[in-house]
Design a protein around this ligand. Structure first.
Ligand code: TRP
Length: 453
């Protein structure tokens, strides 16, 4: 058999994984959740979820991928031959394919806003809510933009593991972190931004209830990309000396920092112009922020223009690196299972996602009244099925698989790189406790809560 590709360096490994994790979930979904769940207290609960659930589950996914060096479907088949566990691997790939289709639609909106920002429209439009509705409901542009972002991801994925995914992540992730730093400074410099800081830093524990806890867990899973085939596929390209726990810890740290910094960009700015509520919902970055850019910089248009362009560029970069990680599992499966060339496999994924993405994009406009199962539009159905059903189920099965099914020796061998690394005993004890008990029980709680009316 030909030798399978690997990533070239440890830094590359951290950056590609962070690229998967850092996405629309951090810049778009996290601030929305913080706004809806009362600010600082939510952030604290979120950080606990990342440490206690996110890091162990991400490590578990790395173990499955790195141990087998195969796509998720074959990975589970190798580790649990002749059992129903292949279903878990297949489901991860399938879900990645679905998530990619509707995620591209929002990434497409981002591209549209970036173009509008460059042309100076974002900072001059008179009614940002009307612009958003009109754009998302139209029949052409959302579809075109969805296709264009998918082609961008295609462009990277056809180049393969090192010359594509790793090379472009190494370019895009540092740029993304730099833009965040610039934007945070800009947002702090706005007059009246301290109210936003207070909202983010002063916890009001009276807001905490079960719902907040569950939202925080759901957000942590989505943001860290766990439970699907993405990280497992990336880990199948890890080298044997990559440190799985350390990588998971670094990725979680970067991901959480980007999410919190996005809050630091958005809330001080939003509070500074005061007229818009912090819990403005998913429209926050597409409706609220354009007005913020305008109002804040009425007297200095060029600065407003600059910040608008930077912000949407940030959002697009974040979305693209996550799309790459959703593109690769399906591509790897087609290459390894059906013996397709990388070019053909990537094209099959790109074209099928353009088709599915088109249906999702149109479900805000021409197909608005076409209801799929459960009375949901196509977009909402895709989101519901992948984020609310398959993701918790995938995370649950992952924790059972690594915590209970895999031999303990194999897990320890992967954690310690074949006994080369030394860890204190409490670390293993906590890892196994979290992955065997805490993770499955917590996920079950989210799941049941979501299914209850
Ligand atoms: N984590 C990414 C974000 O924050 C999205 C993402 C990429 C994802 N791969 C995933 C979500 C796999 C769930 C499962 O936007």
């Amino acid at each position: 058999m030909e030798k399978r590709a690997t990533f070239g360096s440890k830094l590359g490994i951290i950056l590609v994984s962070a690229g998967s994790a850092v996405g629309l979930g951090n810049v778009w979904r996290f601030p929305t959740e913080v706004g809806a769940n009362g600010g600082a207290a939510f952030i604290l609960v979120y950080i606990l979820c990342v440490i206690l659930l996110g890091v162990p589950l991400m490590t578990a996914e790395f173990i499955v991928g790195r141990n087998t060096h195969q796509n998720p479907f074959d990975a589970y088949r190798t580790l649990a031959p002749g059992t129903a566990w292949v279903f878990q691997g297949g489901m991860g790939v399938f879900a990645a394919w679905f998530i990619l289709s509707y995620y591209s639609v929002v990434a497409g909106w981002t591209l549209q806003y970036l173009i509008s920002a460059v042309m100076g429209r974002v900072t001059t439009m008179s009614d940002s809510a009307a612009y958003f509705t009109e754009f998302t409901q139209s029949a052409w542009m959302p579809v075109v933009m969805t296709a264009v972002v998918l082609l961008m991801s295609h462009w990277v994925i056809v180049r393969g593991v090192q010359a594509g995914i790793e090379k472009y992540s190494k370019l895009m992730m540092p740029l993304l972190l730099l833009i965040i730093a610039v934007l945070v400074v800009g947002s702090f410099a706005m007059p009246g931004s301290s109210d936003g800081l207070r909202f983010l830093l002063k916890p009001d524990f009276s807001k905490l209830d079960g719902g907040v806890l569950l939202s925080a867990m759901g957000q942590a899973f989505f943001s860290l990309s766990v439970g699907m085939g993405c990280l497992c596929t990336y880990a199948s390209y890890f080298t044997d000396d990559a440190r799985l726990l350390k990588t998971a810890g670094s990725v979680a740290l970067i991901d959480t920092m980007v999410a919190v910094m996005s809050g630091f960009i958005i809330f001080p700015a939003v509070f500074s112009v005061q007229t818009v509520a912090p819990d403005a919902g998913p429209g926050l970055v597409f409706i609220t922020l354009p007005s913020v850019f305008q109002m804040a910089f009425e007297n200095v248009p060029l600065v407003g223009w600059f910040f608008a362009v930077m912000f949407y560029l940030l959002l697009l970069l974040a979305a693209l690196t996550s799309m790459m990680s959703l593109h690769e599992p399906v591509t790897a499966l087609f290459i390894e299972r059906f013996r397709l060339s990388r070019r053909t496999a990537t094209s099959v994924v790109t074209l099928s996602c353009i088709a599915l993405g088109t249906v999702c994009a149109l479900s805000f406009g021409p197909l608005k009244d076409v209801r799929f199962l459960f009375g949901l539009t196509f977009f909402d159905f895709f989101d519901f099925l992948s984020a609310k059903i398959i993701m918790p189920l995938g995370g649950f099965l992952l924790s059972i698989f690594v915590g209970w099914y895999l031999p303990r020796n194999l897990v320890i061998k992967e954690l310690t790189n074949n006994h080369k690394l030394r860890f204190p005993r409490w670390l293993f004890v906590s890892f196994f406790f979290l992955i065997r008990w805490v993770a499955p029980l917590a996920i079950m709680a989210i799941f049941i809560n979501e299914l209850l009316p």
